[in-house]
Design a binder for this molecule. Structure first.
Ligand code: ASP
Length: 346
């Protein structure tokens, strides 16, 4: 009798496990997708001419296409996000690579990170200013060193040996970023990017960001995330933000999702923002929309921070949220769905 009850109990347990598996949403086999951002901040429609809007739209589309193409050909998500971020780093429209903002000493110091959601391998560089594409350097640190983060000269020396393209720091110059710096240099104040929009010849003094980031899931279901930035205008020499810090500005874990952040980095570090969102999904069983809201509004926002995040979960679904006015953002999925947005939530 006891044996029969035990058998029944085991059968019941097996059945209930099966039904709960069934209820869990499934990722479409072989599906893939990519989501990108080009920074968040006081991005309002009226700050942009039609031509400027078009230029941002085109560049975001180019970045999405570059990443999507890698995934379509069966490439891995790490390569896809790298391809997308490269396009934005090479464009002066964004605060990463060419066009990065200036620190208080009048130099650029760039940060970048990359993370593989399958293995939790990660790589990052901080405070570099001779590496044309800092995201490629982050990948080299991940793949070819036993470390996660290298900074400054040490990072540059190491990645140069692996064929990463080096440039004179003058390559990063843009007049618009220099104007941004001159406006606040010498003041105890930092400014986030996307503040170079001229209204009646006046630079708008608003909270703006310009970091770039991407998250992708490949046909195998592996997630990768990456972020690249020049940081904040007039930041102190040597300041490092959230973007190169795994768990703060970037995080990827196949068990949950991949995330890339943009905004006032100090607050994203203090809340360990990207990892916090992943944890809320994994342990509190929050859905991504709730988890993003909790961290962006209830944690970062309450401390006085501002910015946004893009998120791609293990099912290939895409989410984003921000507490700033706008965020450059877009996605492209293998089911044909695609979108680019810039201003308030649409
Ligand atoms: N999060 C970046 C930093 O604090 C800035 C940004 O997103 O624009 O360095």
């Amino acid at each position: 009798m006891k044996k029969t009850i035990l058998l029944l109990f085991i059968l019941l347990l097996a059945f209930s496990c099966k039904t709960s598996d069934k209820n869990e949403p499934q990722r479409e086999p072989n599906s893939f997708s990519i989501v990108i951002h080009g920074g968040a901040g006081g991005i309002k429609r009226e700050y942009f001419t039609d031509e400027q809007q078009q230029a941002y739209n085109d560049k975001l589309q180019e970045a999405l296409n570059a990443g999507y193409e890698v995934l379509e050909k069966g490439g891995i998500s790490l390569d896809a996000i790298q391809a997308a971020i490269n396009v934005m780093e090479d464009s002066p429209l964004f605060n990463a690579g060419k066009g990065a903002v200036y620190n208080s000493k009048g130099n650029q110091e760039m940060d970048a990170s990359i993370m593989d959601g399958k293995t939790l391998n990660s790589g990052a560089v901080a405070g570099v200013n001779h590496i044309k594409n800092p995201i490629l350097a982050a990948r080299v640190v991940m793949d070819s060193s036993e470390h996660v983060m290298l900074s400054g000269k040490g990072a540059e020396i190491m990645v140069k040996k692996f064929g990463i393209e080096m440039v004179d720091s003058s390559y990063f110059f843009t007049q618009k970023r220099l104007d941004q710096l001159k406006k606040i240099q010498g003041k105890e104040k930092t400014e986030l990017d996307h503040s170079a929009f001229l209204i009646k010849n006046e630079l708008i003094d608003d909270h703006k960001y310009g970091t770039v980031g991407a998250v992708a899931i490949d046909k195998e279901g592996n997630i990768a995330a990456g972020t690249s930035t020049g940081g904040m205008t007039n930041k102190k020499y040597g300041r490092i933000g959230d973007s190169p810090i795994i768990g703060a500005g970037t995080y990827a874990n196949n068990l949950t999702c991949g995330i890339s952040c943009t905004g006032t980095g100090e607050y994203f570090i203090r809340t360990v923002a990207a990892h916090e969102v992943s944890n809320l999904i994994q342990y509190k069983k929050m859905n991504p929309t709730e988890a993003l809201y909790e961290v962006i509004f209830n944690q970062i926002g309450k401390l006085g921070g501002e910015g946004g995040m893009i998120l791609l979960d293990k099912y290939g679904d895409i989410y984003w949220d921000f507490n700033s006015t706008g965020m450059f953002r877009g996605y492209k999925k293998s089911d044909g769905e695609t979108k680019i947005e810039m201003f308030e939530k649409e």
